[in-house]
Design a protein around this ligand. Sequence first.
Ligand code: SAM
Length: 251
Amino acid sequence: MIKNKVTDYYDKKAKYYDVWNIHTIRLTYVDINFFEKVFMEHGIIPRTVLDVGCGTGRLSLGLAKKGYMVTGVDVSSKSVEIAKNKVNDYPAKFVVSEISKYRPSERFDCAVSGDDVVGHFISNSYAVRSMSAVFRCLKRGGIFIFDAANPDSKRRYPKLKGWSAKLGSIKIKAERRSTFYDDGTYEWSDKLKVYDNGKYTSMHLENKIKIRSPEEWTRILNKAGFSEVEHRPAILQGGIPRIFYYVATKY
Ligand SMILES: C[S@@+](CC[C@H](N)C(=O)[O-])C[C@H]1O[C@@H](n2cnc3c(N)ncnc32)[C@H](O)[C@@H]1O
């Protein structure tokens, strides 16, 4: 089995992350409009927002541009460096930390997390520790909104074999080998051809995530202190949701 190596993987990928990001339908769903829709449904108008696993700042900066005061936290220093370079005058700041070790002095109105960051919480005990940290970061009445893949969809639909994307002068072509195990572990190995400003390089990137059912996530979130957890299906493929999104409330 492939080892869990989140920091290494995202540090390597950081420079190309924004190119990578444009190829996926999932990210066109889990975007700023999506989060604002959920804020409205829950009758909250957050001022301060914590972005868990902010990466290169896709959501943090999108929310900051709309006036929210955002703090993005990510374990990949290279990704955070890229996010910081895009801040300009927007109300966003970024911190390099594993979420489980993040101890801010302030409490946030809301926390968000996009594109299955939580899948990187591989063991159940680590997932509870990480979710407990998010719980501690929230004010009472605060909510945590995140998306996670649906194991039934992964089981049922053919594997992604590869993809290609282009952004500015960078073009990427990737071939993927992947395995989905009975325990919900999804691991992949990508061979990338990168054309950057006329120069060609190749990269090999591999990693894994843990894909859990809504029942498993609800148990973990309850253990972390969230007494109310809702989940909703999204992005239907042949009637089966590719993802669920979760809204966990701190009372
Ligand atoms: C799939 S990317 C999503 C990035 C961003 N949320 C987006 O939608 O563009 C997952 C991110 O989560 C970060 N991450 C994974 N595990 C983490 C942890 N335990 N604490 C903080 N960040 C983590 C990774 O470094 C990576 O940047």
